[in-house]
Ligand binder design. Sequence first.
Ligand code: ZN
Ligand code: ZN
Length: 124
Amino acid sequence: MFLIAGSSSKREKLDFNQSVVCDNCGQYGRYNVIMEYTYLSLFFIPIFKWNKKYYVKSSCCGSIYSINKKTGDKIADGEKITLKDKDLHILKKGHSHSLKKCSDCSFETREDFQYCPKCGSKFK
Ligand SMILES: [Zn+2]
Ligand SMILES: [Zn+2]
């Protein structure tokens, strides 16, 4: 008899929907909550989950935020939660409208440069 056991990690999108005006890009978007966890499986059936982490991803620009585990657990349990700014800790900013593109060489930057760092043209 073979014993097939192992641990892997998995991401699951939780049933959560919150419409927001995004802080990062200023557009209307939705917050999606993603749960990431490590699980031990036996015969391909997950029997134990641990190391749960929760992330929020905005649908507008794809910014990623971390939220604390307590809040995430509540969402996972199906509680109606409204995420506020203080619950969200930015991990990665998505594309925003402040992206500058050089009209001469197509270089893109999110920094507030006056001149293109690549070819030296002035940003408009
Ligand atoms: Zn956004
Ligand atoms: Zn340029």
